[in-house]
Design a protein. Structure first.
Length: 198
């Protein structure tokens, strides 16, 4: 009986891991971020490097073919830009400090949590409004931060924001974008206090 239970646990773990396709170079950091989201253990998510992502370092979205599937059968991809710019210098995303990278991934997983609560029609409408409305961008990005904080990732999220907002070589325009669309460190701490008071 013990052998059967152990074998079942091993198979279950293998099946859960098989839902996530992760490049070996970032496997450890992605696994750390995923550990805060046990609800996503059986969700199909591919983490994929892309040469360049416009105006972003990472981007989470449902795969095109799964837009019309039921929530439990959707597939997602998190695109990760191979390089990012600080001022006029380009850096490899793989060289981002571990805690910062984990925070970025945690934010993108927050997007996936948000997507999973949306119906097919709502998800399509969300995609359209995200492209056309700045208010929708603000709502979506703040929501993703909120999910990350509610799952206990505030230390990583705060380190990521500190890295961006206090890095002397990061352009002011990028810092302004972060301030405009995402939760501020103060707002994150308010969410933590509210969460811990429950």
């Amino acid at each position: 009986m013990k052998h059967f239970i152990v074998l079942t646990l091993i198979i279950t773990f293998q099946n859960m891991s098989a839902q996530h396709k992760i490049p070996e170079a970032i496997r450890s950091n992605v696994k750390t971020a995923l550990s805060y989201y046990p609800q996503l253990d059986s969700t199909n998510i591919e983490f994929r490097f892309k040469k360049n992502i416009k105006k972003s370092t990472m981007q989470a979205r449902p795969t095109f073919g799964s837009f019309f599937r039921s929530r439990k059968n959707r597939n997602y991809v998190i695109l990760i830009s191979e390089k990012f710019k600080i001022a006029d210098k380009e850096f490899s995303t793989r060289q981002i400090p571990d805690d910062i990278f984990i925070g970025w991934i945690g934010h993108e997983l927050g997007h996936i949590m948000d997507y999973q609560h949306r119906s097919k029609l709502n998800l399509i409408w969300f995609g359209i409004t995200y492209i056309l409305s700045e208010n929708s961008i603000v709502e979506a990005e703040r929501c993703a931060d909120g999910y990350a904080v509610s799952h206990g990732m505030e230390d990583y999220i705060l380190k990521t924001k500190d890295f961006i907002l206090n890095h002397a070589d990061i352009t002011q325009s990028y810092k302004d974008r972060i301030k405009k669309y995402y939760l501020s460190p103060e707002e994150i701490m308010e969410l933590v206090e509210h969460r811990d008071a429950k």
